[in-house]
Design a protein around this ligand. Structure first.
Ligand code: UT7
Length: 335
């Protein structure tokens, strides 16, 4: 059996910076509340006319990841595209990325696992490499949240948190004897599906039905999040799934060189850090600059941590995510 490794990382965020003060001009919120509850100072939003959408940002991040991996689009055997904010209802972002990168007839798979989308996608890529079926898999997480949030005071508990951006990695066959992606661990619990969801428009909540049955202001085409409920589950599941990964590899938390949690909320990351007794130098956070970019958050953070020299060959890197579904997962990597 083969093993896989991350051979290149890349990211892209739109240039347009939206600060907490900018948001407080359009809704009842303030910098102090947002920073205190989430740690977020600013996020990026696509700006009309900047040419970005979910697949375009994904393509930009992918180019950087492929260049750093030393591969071309022609070397890629499979695209896995994770997003909750695709440009179209169907087809998914994977085929759009394939067209943008002119990748012949390479297969494209879309993953809809929200904040855990990247960890799930990485796990799928790992399996394809392990069987020997593929040598290079492009895994992309990209989100255009600003296109679908309620920027009135009604939506403030959700819309201040999320930001736009994309991250990508190339997962390749590992030619070393050891290391690479050591294991991935995935879970879901659908009974909590309504606690963080965007219900419609969908076949279950179609537009004419929505318009007929809801007062205009209650039409559920904006995301709903039961924040405190999600928070409580997140801190438990993050810790559990990291422990599961450590146990599976017979290692303990002191062995971790870098933990990159999905950037859901700085308070969640800090809670996990404290529980695992990790020093600041071993946990990477950039939610302060970008907000929560769901499927894009881990690959953006990975790419930035790598650029800053915080991930080096031989390091033990742990990724973990939790989000809508609920779904959650972790990946244990020897870089
Ligand atoms: O990435 C996927 C997973 N997502 C998460 O993990 C998110 C988990 N949840 C959270 O991060 C937090 O629950 C939030 C940051 C979303 C909210 O923080 P909270 O401390 O749980 O606040 P809350 O929802 O209990 O709201 C507290 C108060 C409420 O006012 P009252 O009822 O106490 O008067 C809200 O109406 O804060 C109010 N509020 C705001 N005030 C100013 C809610 N949003 C805002 C806002 N600005 N943007």
């Amino acid at each position: 059996m083969y093993s896989s490794k991350i051979s290149g990382v890349g990211h892209y965020v739109p240039e347009n910076v939206v600060t907490n003060d900018d948001l407080s001009k359009v809704m009842e919120t303030n910098d102090a509340w947002i920073q205190e509850r989430t740690g977020i100072k600013e996020r990026r939003h696509i700006k009309e006319g900047d040419g970005n959408n979910t697949s375009v940002m994904g393509a930009k991040a992918s180019k950087m990841a492929m260049q750093r991996a030393g591969v071309t689009p022609q070397d890629i055997d499979l695209i896995i595209f994770a997003t909750l904010s695709p440009d179209m209802y169907f087809p998914g972002g994977g085929v759009q990325l394939q067209e943008l990168l002119q990748m012949n007839t390479v297969p494209a798979l879309d993953v809809r696992n929200q904040c855990s989308g990247f960890v799930y996608s990485l796990s799928v890529a790992d399996q394809f490499i392990k069987t020997g079926m593929y040598k290079n898999v492009l895994v992309v997480g990209s989100e255009n949240h600003s296109g679908g949030l309620d920027f009135t005071s009604r939506g403030r508990s959700v819309s201040v948190i999320f930001g736009d951006g994309a991250g990508a990695v190339v997962v390749s066959r590992n030619h070393r004897e050891t290391g690479g992606i050591l294991s991935t661990h995935l879970h879901s619990e659908g009974k909590h599906k309504d606690e963080l969801a965007l219900q419609g428009p969908s076949t279950g909540h179609w537009v004419p039905e929505l318009l007929a049955n809801n007062p205009q202001e209650d039409i559920p085409y904006f995301p709903y999040m039961n924040g405190p409920f999600v928070f409580k589950h997140a801190v438990v599941r993050f810790s559990e799934v990291i422990q599961e990964g450590l146990l599976a590899n017979n290692i303990n938390s002191e062995d971790i060189d870098m933990l990159i949690p999905h950037q859901a909320n700085l308070r969640i990351s800090q809670f996990i850090q404290k529980k695992m007794q990790l020093p600041d130098s071993k946990v990477f956070n950039n939610i302060q600059k970008y907000g929560n970019t769901t499927a894009a958050s881990i690959p953006i953070a990975l790419s930035e941590a790598w650029e800053q020299g915080k991930i080096k060959e031989g390091d033990l890197v742990v990724l973990a995510a939790f989000g809508s579904g609920f779904t959650w997962g972790s990946a244990i990597i020897r870089w």
